[in-house]
Design a protein around this ligand. Sequence first.
Ligand code: SIN
Length: 599
Amino acid sequence: MAYLSTDKVEHHFHDVVIIGSGGAGMRCALQLADAGHRVAIITKVLPTRSHTVAAQGGINASLGNIDSDHWHWHMYDTVKGSDYLGDQDAIEYMCRAAPLLVRELEHQGVPFSRLDNGRIYQRPFGGQSREFGEGGQAARTCAAADRTGHAILHSMYQQNLRAKTHFYQEFFALDLITDDEGCQGVMAWDIAKGEYHLFQAKAVILATGGAGRVFKVTTNAHICTGDGGALALDAGLPMEDMEFFQFHPTGIADVGPLITEAVRGEGGYLLNSEGERFMERYAPTARDLASRDVVSRAIAQELRDGRGCGLNKDHVLLKLDHLGKELIMSKLPNIHELALRFANVDCTRDPIPVQPTAHYTMGGIPTNRFGEVVYNKGRSKEGVFPGLYAIGEAACVSVHGANRLGGNSLLEIVVFGRACGNQVMKRLREHRYHPQLDTESWQSGVERVERWLSAATENRQGPGIADIRLRMQTIMQDHFSVYRTEDVMSEGVQHIEALAAEMEHAVISDANRLFNTELIEAMELENLMSLARVTAAGALARKESRGAHARDDYPERDDEHWMQHTLASIQKNKVKLAYKPVRTKPMTVESFPPRKRVY
Ligand code: SIN
């Protein structure tokens, strides 16, 4: 067994270590660094390549720049959108904070698009209404053309450089250092130099984004491998509601890249092979701007009924040429470029072939609305895991419940990034010193790397990483897609469990320590596999249809038995499921009780 002594590891001391340099991690870092704390961000990529950069359509806030709006209407839409699985205290907190934080982003340098009167441009997005669904469509999504995530990420990075946040880029987090007192730090691998680094911190924040790469066709970048969730599972913590995986209705057919909902917000619409605007049948009022789960299911149903387009009848068409070249090139320039590059379509003239595509991990590491990681402590109590926090797509706070509204993810990262920063400051007041760590505490991180490298050095034979990854993604795509059934899912669970067992014999062929990308892919696959296992088990167990979890065999929502969150952990290498109630009580207003969801 590999053993690394103190002199072989570079030891860093920070007040706070944040793993992940997307919008959530950077917003949180800014809050803490501006308050004078010693903050480190560990990221496996260059910070501005984090996946927030890919968020297109915008960020929701009830600014009311186009028409009257109110945070309470935003809250109503979000609770309804979540299919009543979202926690209403967290949703109220987020929707109330949104206007303030979007204006703050403006002051931090985000170049929002403008209305003629100089105010921030807002566009309609799916599932948005006014006056609790009675006042028609809202236009609540604040946008920087169709590159809003890009604009936010770059502004956050520059603000963090000003605030002197320490960036450890191209570092891969291997293992959380935990003891009876909670989380003490993280062991990491310097990808370029092939060296171990031990980070000790009074607070560790997981801001590692989603795990879209468990699926084969996804809008997610190759880096979206759920690393924080896997670290939490490894530390014995559960993941919450992982069965709720959002399929964005309009990924480019076959290849996956996102075609933003903003296209439909600006007036684009979907057509089937008969040239019919089929959304009128599924959502008579909101039509193409119904919530994402509704639109994705409608497309899947059209394909099942043989009204798909193309030779394989496997996609529908997104028409936007009628919007005119000027609007497309000013409000949707990125879409124009993506359609050209990935579908060879000039969308100012022809429709874009699209299909539902894995997009967003609505589940994640369970937290309260302060970003503290929580776990079930007995039947009805919740405990906080000291020193460990999670934010952004890596976390499940849960503001999205069973279905996220477009534009609420960029909002979540800034709202809870900031809230978590404020909560961490309270801990820092009470925890002033770093404890002495036992050398044993970092050996499992070392073991993780050395196991792969020794297989390569000894030229051991076994299944390769690319092969296992493709098989995992194919199982998830075929067995846990938009529509689900008992038979198909239970076969999927068996296949995933068998593949996870096979993974224990997997090998890599590159034994080099410097910039060994095969090694990184192997560890990313370990992370994905853990998340695929809990996703599959949670989905099979949930016997109802709710939001993104649509079962043919249980087509109705079952509030009596299933208005609860799934908690899935891996104990002694077996997936274990537990449940906890939804927090239906908001902070200050009345609860929105579950109602039938129509758009
Ligand atoms: C989109 O622009 O459609 C994606 C934005 C989001 O997922 O919130």
